[in-house]
Ligand binder design. Structure first.
Ligand code: DHB
Ligand code: FE
Length: 296
């Protein structure tokens, strides 16, 4: 059987009717895109001669894996692909420069405490390494960005994020804050050095990665959103350049320019890191994407 089977009128009519092409109502963009997804799926089924058992195995994986889709999407590289696509579109418009964007990941929680001045993010009492990070948020001409809010979140020394921690040992918003910066764009915080993250063992993401012969580990990292009036909202993260997984991140979030090596002095790891924002073309660029996020 070859791919021309999908082009037979019986299959084409099925795809049209299934996506409401013969109906007035509905969302035209959704109808068009879903039709393309279904046709591509049909072509893949034919090209690989997918059996009935394999087909239902895939449906079962998708339904069982739904709770981990936020992990699977970065794991299969699609979240990074979206960054590459946004970068390519920016480049086409001549919009380059600034701190690179990189994936948000699934573990942000809205509503973290809004703090001013030097922040302490952690309530962890463990005697692991302290992280001290500071720097400045600047614009394209080197100007300090005024009135920025820097959202920061990271895992604890065991690799768990508060709110998503199965051990339930973290206080709400542990290792999370929104830091309100003043006129000079400078920030400073201290916290506990995060440990690299790995996907929950034996869950759907882990099973998929194993079936691909891959692992589910990320280097230790710290996430940021930066929003400021007049500037494009930045979604990024730093990954520690000396982590064993710095060059082998299962989520493809590590990027050149985002891999600082901490200056380790005794029990303290220091990172100095400046951010550069792009100027916003309009207010639509200052805000968050419409992604559904956890809130507490
Ligand atoms: C995942 C976890 C992260 O901490 C992150 O930054 C990106 C992805 C994940 O579980 O897929
Ligand atoms: Fe993360």
């Amino acid at each position: 059987m070859d791919a021309s089977f999908v082009k037979t009128s019986e299959v084409q009519t099925l795809l049209d009717r299934a996506t409401g092409q013969d109906q007035e109502g509905g969302n035209p963009r959704l109808k068009t895109i879903l039709r393309d997804i279904l046709e591509a799926t049909a072509e893949i089924i034919v090209r690989h001669d997918i059996s009935e058992s394999e087909f239902w195995g895939a449906v079962n994986f998708l339904s069982q894996g739904a709770s981990e889709f936020g992990l699977i999407v970065p794991g299969v590289g699609l979240e990074h692909f979206i960054d590459l696509f946004l970068d390519a579109k920016d480049k086409e418009k001549g919009l380059t420069g600034g701190t690179p964007r990189t994936i948000e990941g699934p573990l942000y929680v809205a509503g973290a405490p809004l703090v001013e001045g030097e922040a302490n993010l952690t309530k962890d009492a463990d005697d692991t390494e302290t992280l001290r990070m500071n720097g400045q948020v600047r614009g394209p001409d080197g100007e300090p960005v005024k009135d920025a809010i820097l959202h920061v979140w990271h895992a604890n020394s065991q690799g768990w994020y508060s709110h998503f921690d199965p051990t339930r040992e973290q206080t709400p918003f542990n290792n999370r804050a929104r830091i309100k910066l003043d006129g000079d764009g400078r920030y400073a915080f201290q916290s506990k050095m995060p440990q690299g993250y790995s996907v929950p063992p034996d869950g759907p993401a882990d099973r998929l990665l194993k079936a691909l012969g891959r692992h589910g580990n990320r280097p230790a990292h710290v996430h940021f959103f930066i929003e400021a009036p007049g500037y494009r909202k930045l979604t990024t993260q730093i990954n520690f350049g000396d982590d064993p997984f710095a060059a082998d991140d299962f989520a493809f979030a590590t990027r050149e320019g985002l891999l600082p090596v901490p200056n380790r002095q005794g029990e303290i790891a220091y990172i100095a890191f400046d951010f550069e924002l792009q100027r916003a073309a309009g207010q639509g660029e200052e805000g968050f994407s419409a992604r559904t996020r956890a809130a507490a």
